[in-house]
Design a protein around this ligand. Structure first.
Ligand code: HEC
Ligand code: HEC
Length: 355
């Protein structure tokens, strides 16, 4: 009898190791989820190491599919309408195009411009002031913010549990039908970390693929390296620091930026140096969307920088006046270069399209 038990135990152990290949597990009610193959999370050769630890939450087909459904589901909001995808629209690199600051539930207007979603697996922290230091935990902010989705996490989980399809989708992704906050956020992260934008003309040029920058694009690149890349550094055009680039205080919002997170006066009105990927199509610009065009942005850097205690010293000229020295001809070349950062393969990628 004891021997038989050992044999049974042995069989069950070998079965369960075999099963780990496709992570499919039978659920309590006898439902066997579909196989769940791992997705290929590949770091482009011109990119830095990822900051998101994919070994802790490896993207899989079914996890991605669940994350995508959640992303486009208005039931994550109290009004059943304002999904993540409502403010983050793919064709505009997942920004809320044309909206200066974001519009949430009941048309409530937030104080910040929706950020693009791309290459977030390579970012150390999230939002304009770095309020979230782990991607999975960022999602609690839009769901619960009164001016965004205005919902509680427990209500969201209950709506998903009552749904005809979600329990099965969770079982497909995670092995059983339990719907938890952790699984919900992990699925959203699996969808979002796969959003890698690395196929712009600039990427191809950086990787030495068969593209050439035009003389104006190349001149713009050299000017950008000289005037902008001390902050907008590296392949992703951000050194991931928080800085005050001299935007005048907007009394309507009086956004204190990074100070909101650290409580330190020296962080007053500092904002994250943003990546400039797909910048051509993510207008309006800056944390509150105050500038309409790239020409406006460059005019701001030459003529609009305002003084404050925390103004970044890089924006003070040797003679004490404020701003960068860039001629109109140079501005045009920089803009031409910035347009090489547009990645149509990403903007039109069917994997991320709404159902
Ligand atoms: C009402 C519009 C709105 C909705 C709905 C919304 N977002 Fe956002 N999102 C924003 C805004 C605005 C920011 C910038 C927030 C800030 O800086 O405080 C942002 C920032 C982010 C960031 C940080 C990006 C970065 O570069 O650091 C992520 C990730 C994100 N949103 C994901 C989501 C997900 C997932 C959902 C759904 C659960 C969602 N958002 C719903 C407007 C929205
Ligand atoms: C001292 C650091 C610094 C320098 C130098 C700098 N920037 Fe910025 N840039 C920032 C910061 C910080 C922000 C975000 C500011 C905010 O929204 O409050 C920003 C925002 C931007 C934005 C808006 C991005 C968006 O998603 O809305 C653009 C475009 C931009 N910079 C382009 C440039 C160009 C082009 C140059 C060179 C001519 C340049 N920057 C030089 C720090 C810098």
């Amino acid at each position: 009898m004891k021997q038989l038990l050992y044999i049974l135990l042995f069989i069950s152990i070998s079965c369960s190791t075999e099963g780990t290949d496709d992570t499919s597990v039978m659920t309590d009610d006898g439902y066997t989820p579909l196989p769940n193959p791992a997705l290929n999370f590949e770091i482009p050769s011109n990119f830095p190491e990822s900051t998101y630890d994919v070994t802790q939450n490896p993207p899989t087909e079914q996890g991605f599919e669940l994350g995508k459904r959640l992303f486009f589901d208005g039931r994550l909001a109290s009004d059943g309408v304002v999904s993540c995808g409502f403010c983050h629209i793919q064709e505009f690199a997942f920004t809320h195009h044309t909206h200066i600051t974001s519009h949430g539930v009941d048309g409530q207007i937030g104080s910040r411009n929706a950020q693009p979603l791309h290459n977030l697996a390579f970012m150390a922290d999230f939002t304009w002031d770095g309020a979230a230091t782990f991607l999975d935990s960022q999602f609690i902010i839009p769901i619960t913010a009164e001016k965004e989705m205005n919902e509680t996490i427990s209500n969201v989980l209950n709506k998903l549990r009552d749904d005809d399809n979600y329990p099965q989708l969770y079982a497909n992704a995670f092995g059983d039908q339990e719907i938890t906050t952790e699984r919900t956020f992990k699925a959203l992260s699996q969808f979002i970390v796969m959003m890698i934008s690395a196929n712009s003309k600039y990427d191809k040029w950086e990787r030495g693929e068969a593209v050439t920058l035009t003389p104006d694009e190349d001149a713009g690149r050299i000017l950008f390296d000289a005037k902008c890349a001390s902050c907008h550094a590296g392949t992703l055009q951000t050194d991931q620091t928080y800085r005050n680039n001299g935007l005048a205080i907007d009394p309507a919002f009086n956004d204190i930026g990074r100070e909101r997170v650290t409580g330190l006066p020296e962080d007053n009105r500092k904002f994250k140096v943003p990546s400039l990927r797909n910048i051509e199509i993510t207008f309006p610009y800056m944390h509150d969307g105050r500038l309409q065009s790239l020409q406006d942005v460059l005019d701001f850097y030459t003529n609009g920088v305002t003084a404050s205690d925390n103004l970044d010293p890089l924006l003070v000229r040797p003679d004490g006046t404020l701003g960068l020295d860039i001629t109109q001809d140079e501005k045009e070349k920089i803009i031409t270069f910035l347009k090489t950062l547009t990645d149509n393969d990403f903007l039109l990628d069917n994997r991320f399209k709404e159902f």
